[in-house]
Write a protein of this length. Structure first.
Length: 368
């Protein structure tokens, strides 16, 4: 059992003027797989390194199982870390790389051998134990790095962009590998990435960060369906959510150009109750909430636009259509049957029951 408590943690680097991490407050339960996600420079790695003990904490406390760890050295935190660049010892064999931290901790030979062979077996490395890192593929090296963490049998794994040096295909298979390892070992894991797909597929809970601050903490479903602000809505999901600058007259929304639609009654009522009548706001619509099936267009005639296809990409079962209506661009992910070519004039239906609305000034969510 392990519990990690990050209590209002701040980090300011010695020569920096601003905090790199501010008021980071998170409580992690045993066996959770937590993913920190956000754009470059948002403070993900700094936070992870403070947990590992590789960076000092400027303010706030870090507790593991109730014990404050701020002044405990990295060696004594009983944490195993996997880095982006693998950090393997080039002159050592795979076996010795995996055995190294156990030797340092004076485990006996038999125990080391048992642990290394068992980890190698489950990672498909058993036949490569005598090789040097230089003679391995990128994916195999990353497996060795994971193996090194696994043999430690540490109660906490920290992973900093462990897949970012791999090509796209390998990244997907190693992602599944990491998910499997977690299902099997159930080690409490904190994983840093800027890739929202990795976050969505691996996490039990996602922590979305921007500018050193937590924006939202939630399950992948929560952050996808109920983003708390426009930043989270735009960061999570691919292709990105479409945003429209609109005004609302109490019943209709309009972008002053080609988009004018009547809102479903419940949605209009909510915006009216929250005081957004005759105000400007931002509407967000996910690409999959744009429809081209005739049945949808027939059912919701007041939620359609006449658009022109700008770019079309057939992906197999679905196609991505980038469309333009009077200068407003948006992207829809539609059934491949509704594929169109650039230049085609099409009718696109907006599922406004699934629309998200944001305050234009604060960018905070008004309604999901
Ligand atoms: N040693 C340092 N000294 C001063 N500033 C630093 C130092 N390390 C990081 N920073 C700053 O702290 C902020 C957060 O950096 P951090 O590396 O934690 O971000 P990140 O979200 O992990 O980004 P990336 O995905 O690019 O690794 C950035 O503005 C960065 O420039």
């Amino acid at each position: 059992m392990v519990k990690i408590d990050l209590n209002h943690i701040y980090k300011k680097y010695p020569n920096a003027t601003d905090y790199s991490v501010s008021d980071f407050d998170l409580h992690i339960d045993d066996q959770e797989f937590i993913v920190f996600v956000g754009p470059s420079g948002c403070g993900k790695s700094t936070t992870l390194r403070m947990i590992a003990g590789l960076e000092d904490i400027s303010k706030g406390t870090l507790a593991i199982d109730g014990k404050v760890m701020n002044d405990v050295g990295p060696r004594d935190r009983n944490i195993a870390m996997v880095f982006q660049n693998y950090a393997l010892y080039p002159h050592m064999s795979v076996y010795d790389n995996m055995a190294f931290s156990l030797k340092l901790r004076h485990y006996d030979k038999g125990e080391i051998d048992k642990r290394v062979k068992s980890a190698a077996q489950s990672l498909g490395l058993a036949h490569l134990l005598e090789r040097r890192p230089a003679d391995l593929s990128g994916g195999q090296r990353q497996r060795v790095a994971l193996g090194r963490a696994i043999v430690r049998d540490a109660p906490i794994f920290l992973m900093d962009e462990p897949l970012s040096n791999l090509d796209a295909k390998l990244r997907v298979s190693m992602r599944a590998e990491i998910a499997k390892i977690h299902q099997k070992l159930k080690t409490t894991t904190i994983y840093v990435t800027h890739d929202q797909t990795e976050a969505m597929t691996l996490a039990s809970r996602i922590v979305v960060m921007n500018n050193g601050r937590i924006q939202q903490i939630g399950t992948p479903k929560e952050v996808y369906n109920k983003p708390v602000n426009q930043f989270v809505a735009g960061f999570i999901g691919s292709p990105q959510m479409n945003f429209f600058d609109i005004s609302f007259d109490g019943a209709y929304i309009s972008d002053g150009k080609g988009v004018k639609m009547r809102l479903p009654e419940g949605r209009a009522k909510e915006l009216n109750e929250k005081g957004y009548k005759d105000k400007k706001l931002v509407m967000g619509l996910r690409p999959e909430d744009i429809h081209m099936e005739q049945a949808f267009l027939d059912t919701w005639p007041e939620s359609t636009v006449d658009a022109e296809v700008v770019v079309s990409e057939l992906l197999g079962a679905t196609s991505q259509l980038y469309m333009n209506v009077d200068g407003t661009e948006f992207v829809g992910v539609v059934n491949a049957r509704d594929f169109h070519h650039p230049g085609d004039n099409v009718k696109a239906g907006f599922n406004l029951n699934s629309a998200h609305f944001f305050d234009k000034d604060t960018h905070v969510t008004i309604s999901n």
